[in-house]
Structure formats: structure tokens, C-alpha cells
Design a protein around this ligand. Sequence first.
Ligand code: ZN
Length: 188
Amino acid sequence: MVVLKIVQVGDPVLRGDNRELTPEEIRTPKIQQLVELMRETMYDAPGVGLAAPQIGAPLRLAVIEDRAESMRGLPPEELARRERVVVPFHVIVNPVLTIEDPAPLVFHEGCLSVSGFVGSVSRARGVRVDALDHRGEPVLIHARGWHARILQHEIDHLNGHLYVDRMDPRTFSTSDNYLRHGRLEPAP
Ligand code: ZN
């Protein structure tokens, strides 16, 4: 398995412009191979999403998957609070995000490009994403809860934003301290 290097915060590629891909381009072996490499890199990290700029490619493309393995060890009530369910692997290209349910959900999140840290971020509960899929075909995604959070996080990457731009700075923590001291986000 080949794993790509994940760019860390401070690298300009995480703050730059990312270009769109045409349907024809998505179908090229080059992009198909990039998607496979990003998938393997996301599994290896492990993470539930990875955007192209995070592996140094300034493209409006991201991969997402929330597997049952990723949730192992999390209490059912915590999964329920987050509205976190298994999300199959999918690719979004040139995504356009629309907030469908603006109710704010506040939880800690992390980022593979801000390795070792987490912070509390308010995200909209429900979103709609219009995008192209891995075959260059139009897709419409309606997502709630944690999947909606992942989509917002990954699409932020494509716009040069990181969760640290949106977090409550007083909740910023190492991942270790977050696990040690429990959740810091205000109760819902
Ligand atoms: Zn990230």
C-alpha cells in the first residue's frame, strides 16, 4: 500500500486556491489513481475525510468515509449525540455546499493536517452538497449530524480554511488532553 504524505498546517497549499476538475479529467487514470491513493492514505491515517490540498494537490476534490471501525470504543450515547452513522466511501469533486438545517451542533473535531490537536467547532446540523462523483457524474448529497460536519470540514479545506479558523480558541487542546479530561464543549 502506498501512502501519501499529509501536509501539516503552515504549508501554503492548505491556504491557497484549488481548481475545479472537468468530468473528463476526473475519469483519467491520473485522477482515478489519485483518488485511490487518497483513500489508502485516509485509511492509514486513520481519518474520515481527506481533501486534495492535504496531500499537496490544489484540486477541488475530497474523499470521505466513516467506517464502523472508526467508531469502535465510542459509547452509543456519544454516537447518538453526534448523529454519527456509517457513511460509505464517496468522492466529492467541485462541491457546492448549501446549509439546509442551520441548527448549530458544537463538538470537538480534529484534522489530519493539524496533527495531535482538537478544538470545539460549531457546525450546521444539515447540509446539501451538489458535486461530481468519482466517475464525473453529478451527485446530490443530503447529510445530517456528523456526516454534515465532515462535509463542511472537507469543503472548508477546498476553500483554504481550517477548523482552527472556526473553533472556540479556548477549547483548543492536544488530543491526549482531550481524552484525559473529557469533553470540553458546552452541553447541548
Ligand atoms: Zn482537515
